[in-house]
Design a protein around this ligand. Sequence first.
Ligand code: ATP
Ligand code: MG
Length: 457
Amino acid sequence: MSAKYQRICLVNYHEIGLKGHNRARFEMRLLRNLEALLASYPIVTIHRVSGRLCVFIEEGTPLEVACEVLEAIKGVPGVARVSCGFKCPRDLDVICRVAIEALGEADDFLTFKVAARRSHTDFATTSAEMNQIVGAALCAAFPDKGVRMKQPDVTVGVEVVQNAVYVHARSERGVGGLPVGSSGKVVALLSSGIDSPVALWRIARRGAACVAVHFSGRPQASDASEFLVDDIARVLERFGCIARVYVVPFGDYQRQISLKVPPSMRILMYRRLMFRVAERIACMEGAGALATGESLGQVASQTLENIQVTDAVVSLPVFRPLIGTDKQEIIAEAQALGTFEISSQDASDCCTLFMPRNPETHGSVQAAEDAEVGLPLAAWVEQIVAAAELHEYTCPGYRRPRRGAAGRRQDEESLRGVEGASETAAAFDMDVDSGQEPSEGDAPRAVGEGGQEGPSS
Ligand code: ATP
Ligand code: MG
């Protein structure tokens, strides 16, 4: 059914309101994000209106489509509440008619109340009077429904602003947080597992535009995890959280490490290399931090000592938004986000490659540095970054790295690094081909052989 009045969605954003001088910037960021994320819906325009945003929906749009718009808006970081209803002139008779139309579209309900609010006191009727007038009109139009002030099934909102009135009977909480792009850029290590998509989501919800790095087991393992990561990124893209995924074929480097370092140290070595690569990408992207889905003690690499050992190779802060979160809580969050089903599918990535039977649980920086002696790490990092495949997603809050002097210098250095790396790569390839196999008991395990990293205890 199409509506007689202009359909709108009113967007509230508590936290942005607290930002003092920055408020306009935050509001504009949210507005731009919504404009881009709602591009496929029949939206006329989005305006700032008295401390809110108003999304104007095209004339004749049916209720079901307006509800889809509401659903799309409520998952966008920065949105505290979204209400779907109508805009009308500041005329009490019209307001009453619109309120009847709005309540008529509400889902099954038995009780309701009216909550009127004036942002502009130049409207002669007070909020309390409006509650009574509109309430009486609704009682007459819906004689079998009851008025209830505490916890009614439906609240009919009547919001009077400068030139108009917004009336709605459908209102839902948003995800809150800050608009993506208002807190800079973060490079997130994204596996196809359950935890890291949730970690990325949490960081994005605090306003960071996220660039992901995925370490694939390719060519030693299949590319299955890459498809899952793409599916995960498509979910995160709906809310404008993820801008890019750098897919890094990592299998050969793990193999190389597994040939050279004591088995118990392998996982720490893989992770230290991952962090170095992620930091290099962060540097190219101009990102201010890394993020992972680690949770204290979840697996061997996530003990306090081992976290120190991996952090020691990077100078950027490493955010671990799930560090104090239990797996069950993470699963519930992944389900709500819509990534759980995807992450539950079996796909080997680099995590299942060449795993030792007894990983070190209490590593030390010194032991890790000793184990790394002789590995051409700097060259590997450049080589890995040069081989990374870039997948792009819609993230309106994301800014591409600047191509200024610093960027050019960076690129040049990176190219030099790659030349150096290719020399080392030759040696690397020889090593892999002629590869001394590790001694018995140390044998690197290929996909499916070793399974996941064991528990930390
Ligand atoms: P998740 O933690 O996402 O469920 P996982 O259990 O396979 O995946 P862990 O061994 O718990 O991964 O690794 C801890 C963190 O390290 C991950 O949350 C993620 O941030 C990062 N990580 C692990 N494997 C990868 C990978 N293949 N690519 C990118 N990041 C990874
Ligand atoms: Mg995990």
